[in-house]
Design a protein around this ligand. Structure first.
Ligand code: ADP
Ligand code: MG
Length: 322
């Protein structure tokens, strides 16, 4: 058995748009590699447009990488036979619980129908749905099973979505901004629910968020993305206590509840033009430490220890061979 439950090796995603005669290509994800161990929470953080959702959609096989490989345990997810199993073993929770539920179907149907389709229940589907509703804290479950989505709140809808996902008994859940459309306190309840379920069922999560606070609350490790690339990855505490990449520092500074230990304030350059630099570091125009080398040559992601990697010229000398 593989050391990792999920291993992503150098995935790229190029989107092509335009007409037949004039096509344009946009690289939304560039050479992204990471792994997730069983029972682990990996947070992917970064501002809007950094390629987080595209990465999530490739992992869950909703879209195919342009190049690179993704392994679930030892199996390449391209494997035709495995593609039938993958949707159950690796489930996704989306940002918008309002859009996730069909307004014409009851909560009971929303949770029960996939169970029927996938032959997940031997006995009564109703009993199983009641059990799942109770598991996600929608009690008394009998009150919820006949309700329609418009009769429950946003937080309750997200609980229904979680119940539906759990019914399929996944091993990894990819949650794409699961709390960003909810009030803060409801969002915290959902995060607590996800953490409890993780312990109970030994689940792994990939939590996508633009909020470092949520990442800190839930994750074992943090992966920071900028312009489609990983700029930093490491243990949650280490990344938050001692961010290495200037972009991670910027994210921490702009976090509403900055980590106390980080009192260094850096003057970042606001992005004036949104065009990405064609050569060198993608963050060069916003970075107060950018040197000539950052503009002229590509920088690869470098290990600083066996758990920490950073893509920045400032740390070249600290690099270790692993
Ligand atoms: P994030 O989730 O970090 O906000 P996304 O992965 O959604 O970022 O998007 C990354 C970039 O890819 C964005 O610039 C976005 O506009 C672009 N993108 C995403 N999906 C498509 C698509 N289907 N076609 C073209 N461009 C896309
Ligand atoms: Mg997104």
């Amino acid at each position: 058995m593989s050391k990792y439950q999920l291993q992503v090796k150098g995935i790229d995603k190029v989107f092509t748009s335009g007409s037949l005669f004039k096509k344009s290509h946009f690289k939304a994800v560039n050479n992204v590699s990471f792994h997730v161990k069983q029972g682990e929470v990996l947070a992917i953080v970064g501002e809007s447009g950094s390629g987080k959702s595209t990465t999530a959609r490739m992992i869950t096989n909703l879209i195919k990488p342009t190049s690179g490989e993704i392994f679930f345990e030892n199996t390449n997810i391209k494997d035709k036979k495995f593609q039938k199993e993958l949707p159950e073993r690796c489930q996704m929770i989306f940002q918008d619980p309002f859009a996730a539920l069909n307004p014409n179907h009851t909560i009971g149907y929303a949770i029960g129908r996939p169970l029927q389709l996938k032959n997940k229940v031997e006995g009564s589907v109703r009993e199983k749905v009641l059990e799942l509703l109770t598991l996600v804290g929608l009690t008394p479950a009998e009150d919820f099973i006949e309700k329609y989505p418009y009769q429950i709140s946003g937080g309750q809808k997200q609980r229904v979505v979680i119940a539906r996902v759990l019914g399929l008994e996944p091993e990894i859940i990819v949650a794409d901004e699961p709390t960003s459309m909810l009030d803060v306190s409801i969002g915290i309840d959902i995060m607590n629910l996800l953490l409890d379920l993780k312990e109970e069922r030994n689940l792994s999560y990939i939590l996508i968020t633009h909020n470092l606070g949520s990442a800190r609350y839930m994750a074992d490790r943090i992966m920071v993305m900028y312009a489609g690339e990983i700029v930093e990855i490491g243990d949650c505490e280490e990344v938050i206590n001692s961010p290495k990449h200037p972009y991670t520092k910027l994210l921490l500074q702009s976090s509403p509840d900055p980590w106390e230990t980080n009192d260094e304030v850096i003057d970042f350059i606001e992005p004036i033009d949104t065009k990405m630099p064609q050569t060198g570091c993608k963050f060069q125009n916003r970075c107060p430490f950018a040197k000539e080398i950052c503009r002229s040559s590509e920088i690869s992601i470098t290990p600083l220890s066996d758990k920490r990697e950073v893509r920045c010229n400032l740390y070249e000398k600290e690099a270790v061979t692993i």
